[in-house]
Unconditional design. Structure first.
Length: 598
């Protein structure tokens, strides 16, 4: 039976795809489908469910999200596992969908098996016949190869052969009623309900199901069966610390909105308010880490990198020491020496992005003690490497495109700067201002009508508006599939201006009065070449500037807060353009929320 013990070092983390498993008294298929629905943001190229009963294990799988897979409801049994896939090895097809089975063994896998080609050759020589192009199928073959051992031992022997990252959940018809699992560099969580156990890739999928959970540590093995659960680290039995599951099932409901993305943009004011509340009390720790700092290095990927660029501008001005923002995947292998007096700030909503994790892991290994992590996910893998974890309070974000989490990251930087300078008060007004900004939705939709179907769209901004221009562009291309680019407004004339033609939409972001005239120069340069210019600013005096097709007026606010307000219409713009173009903004093609392979 399950016993507890204080041990909570949750480490590692490369994953794509979502896993959900069940052992208990209810219909496993029903529980797993609900779990996978909550994990769909991790990938939806294909999905599948395996359910075991007295007669064996049956599998239903196919291309698309779990809601599109036929026949799953017909699976009878109280033990099972499911998977929702974001393809890394092998095309999107039924054959490459998980679960995989062989000779009574069934497996789902997240991660990448780097030595799969070599293992595949070896197993093929032994007579195993592969059905898929995936790296994952070697796992089920290896389990079968070790079939003389009990299932858990077979799993231990299997992972000894694997190089790479994995979260593996396996069943066997020889050990009916049991599930075994393990992980390395890919998260896996055990959830405890009333006489039922869940296995999940993340905590929100457990909402409304489990009361407590424990994240598996690297190298842990778990045997779940009808009589209870046994945890092992390697071969030693361990008793992990349990955390309570925050019952916040509403994040998985659209609550009357057509899409999660729309709902989550509406939650921006709350997310920022929660973030500022959560960060209170971190001032002393921040001052300690920044004392004697000679440099600040900020990093992240995608949207999180744009937050890093925003932080760079704010911190360089406040601290007057060199600050630099680098994409995590580049910085990791750049060979750049990061001296001990350099404060490194990593931003990651999920806390599981492999590029960011690997970088932090290597800095930690070198003995770095000034590592700050800004994440939206408590106890995510990245927190294991942090000297200070700053939690944003956006709550689970289900839409694949980051919205409320991005604005919360910007709020975290506003907090850091105020904490270091000892200034107070300004951001208390932020949630109210953001609520007011939401009222710009219908005007933003008018601009979205002008963007739909265009060949390309450009976003311009200088200084603190530059990362917002980058983010506005990323958001638009990600959910609408229109080509777009974000530019430092002064840089356009050095080449990209050649792409501006009659009718090209250009979104100009202008919230920084210091450089307003310079930004207006760029505005005139594009408008006199025929561009359709849409201006977003908090300064009414610029709304009538020659060449501006339409101006979105943000609520009056200081230049420090205005970029946070600006993030809202940019998110609306991407959302409404995508909807007008018939895209599903919650599930942009080819993407997954936790893109966590290097
Ligand atoms: C875009 C988006 C991605 C993520 C990036 C990093 O909307 O969400 O660009 O920002 O994959 O993810 P995290 O923040 O989880 O490290």
């Amino acid at each position: 039976m399950f016993r507890t013990h204080q041990r909570s070092d949750f480490r590692g983390g490369i994953t794509v795809c979502g896993i959900f498993g069940y052992v208990g008294g209810k219909s496993a298929a029903k529980e797993i489908v609900q779990g996978l629905q909550a994990l769909t943001y991790r990938g939806y190229d294909s999905a599948g469910v395996a359910v075991q009963n007295d007669y064996g294990t049956q599998i239903k799988k196919g291309v698309g999200a779990i809601s599109e897979i036929a026949g799953v409801a017909s699976l009878r049994g109280k033990v099972g596992v499911g998977h929702t896939r974001w393809a890394t090895h092998g095309e999107v097809s039924v054959n490459n969908a998980h679960p995989f089975s062989y000779g009574g063994y069934t497996v789902v896998h997240n991660g990448i098996i780097e030595n799969y080609a070599e293992l595949k050759r070896e197993l093929t020589a032994k007579g195993y016949v592969f059905q898929s192009q995936t790296d994952s199928e070697v796992i089920v073959m290896l389990l079968h190869f070790y079939r003389e051992y009990p299932l858990l031992t077979a799993l231990r022997k299997t992972v000894e052969r694997l190089t790479g990252s994995y979260a593996i959940v396996a069943l066997s018809d020889r050990d009916k009623g049991s599930i075994v699992c393990t992980r390395k560099n890919s998260p896996l969580i055990i959830g405890l309900g009333k006489e039922e156990t869940f296995i999940s890739s993340d905590v929100p999928a457990l909402y409304g199901k489990a009361y407590q959970y424990t994240p598996l540590n690297e190298g842990d093995f778990v045997w779940v069966h009808m009589g209870g659960i046994s945890f092992y680290h390697g071969e030693t039995e361990v008793f992990p610390k349990l955390y309570s599951v925050n019952e916040n099932a509403s994040c998985h409901e659209k609550r009357g909105y057509a899409h999660f993305m729309r709902k989550e943009i509406g939650e921006v004011p709350n997310a920022v308010n929660n973030t500022l509340t959560l960060l209170r009390g971190q001032e002393i720790a921040l001052k300690r880490v920044f004392s004697n700092a000679t440099r600040v290095l900020l990093t992240g990927c995608g949207t999180a990198f744009h937050a890093a660029v925003f932080g760079k501008y704010l911190l360089s001005r406040a601290l007057k020491i060199p600050t630099q923002a680098e994409v995590a995947s580049e910085l990791r292998y750049s060979g750049e020496k990061v001296e001990k007096s350099c404060v490194c700030i990593a931003i990651t909503q999920s806390g599981e992005t492999a590029d960011t994790l690997r970088l932090l892991q290597s800095l930690k290994k070198q003995g770095h003690k000034k590592l700050i992590v800004i994440t939206n996910t408590p106890r995510s893998s990245v927190t294991a490497f942090a000297d200070i974890t700053l939690l944003t309070g956006a709550g689970p974000e289900i839409g694949v495109a980051a919205t409320k989490s991005f604005t919360s990251q910007l709020a975290a930087f506003t907090f850091i700067v105020q904490a270091l300078s000892g200034e107070r008060g300004e951001f208390i007004t932020l949630p109210k201002l953001l609520t007011k900004t939401l009222q710009l939705e219908s005007e933003t939709k008018e601009i979205a009508r002008e963007l739909q179907g265009q060949k390309s769209v450009f976003f311009l901004g200088r200084d603190l508006d530059y990362p917002l221009a980058l983010e506005g562009s990323l958001k638009l291309k990600e959910v609408s599939y229109l080509f777009s680019d974000g530019y430092a407004a002064g840089e356009l004339k050095h080449g990209t201006l050649a792409l501006i033609e009659k009718g090209t939409p250009v979104i100009v972001c202008l919230t920084q009065p210091r450089l307003a005239e310079k930004t207006l120069n760029a505005l005139h340069e594009v408008s006199c070449r025929g561009a359709k210019v849409f201006l977003i600013t908090q300064y009414e005096k610029y709304s009538g500037v020659l060449g501006v097709e339409k101006c979105l007026l943000l609520p009056p606010s200081s230049p420090h807060l205005a970029p946070l307000l600006l993030s809202v219409p940019l998110q609306f713009l991407a959302y409404h353009t995508a909807v007008l173009m018939g895209r599903n903004p919650d599930r942009p093609r080819n993407l997954a929320k936790s893109v966590t392979v290097e």
